[in-house]
Design a protein around this ligand. Structure first.
Ligand SMILES: Nc1ncnc2c1ncn2[C@@H]1O[C@H](COP(=O)(O)OP(=O)(O)OP(=O)(O)O)[C@@H](O)[C@H]1O
Ligand SMILES: [Mg+2]
Length: 124
């Protein structure tokens, strides 16, 4: 579950939800199960997202943990991730004209099986 309290720009939140819902159809995007939109509420303006759990957390965290243990990412793993990342970006752009605009290691999640899932469509 991820939540946003909204002093944030409401149009950007609309775009985040719309883009994420569309992009969710692609396997390498974290599944958006539901967005609970309380922006109309008087005292608690917020949006909460229920997402597929990616149990290994972000790619950033995964790399930091490996570095702590003195481990390197293998060339094969690096290439696979890089190709998978490129494929997601091409797919969401070609099918829906979505540009993520905030690609960094904190916005790629790692599933239990090691595959990547793109998250955080807040700048899309
Ligand atoms: N579905 C998920 N499974 C596991 N971890 C997650 C999931 N979604 C988010 N996270 C963790 O939360 C972090 C932030 O998530 P996200 O990028 O979606 O939010 P954000 O908009 O960047 O949040 P903030 O504005 O607080 O930085 C990720 O880097 C990851 O560590
Ligand atoms: Mg983020």
């Amino acid at each position: 579950m991820k939540g946003r309290h909204l002093e944030e720009n409401s149009d950007m939140v609309d775009r985040e939800i719309a883009c994420h819902k569309i992009a969710s159809a692609y396997p390498d995007v974290v599944t958006l199960v539901e967005a609970f939109d309380n922006r109309d509420s008087i005292d608690n303006k917020s949006v909460h997202y229920v997402l597929e759990l990616c149990s290994r957390g972000s790619l950033l965290k995964t790399c930091e943990k490996m570095a702590e243990k003195g481990l390197l990412i293998s060339k094969d793993q690096f290439l696979k991730w890089a190709i998978d990342m490129a494929k997601v970006c091409v797919y969401i752009h070609e099918t829906s004209f979505i540009i993520h605009r905030d690609l960094h290691a904190g916005n790629w999640l790692v599933r239990e099986n090691g595959t990547l899932a793109l998250c955080d469509f807040g700048c899309s």
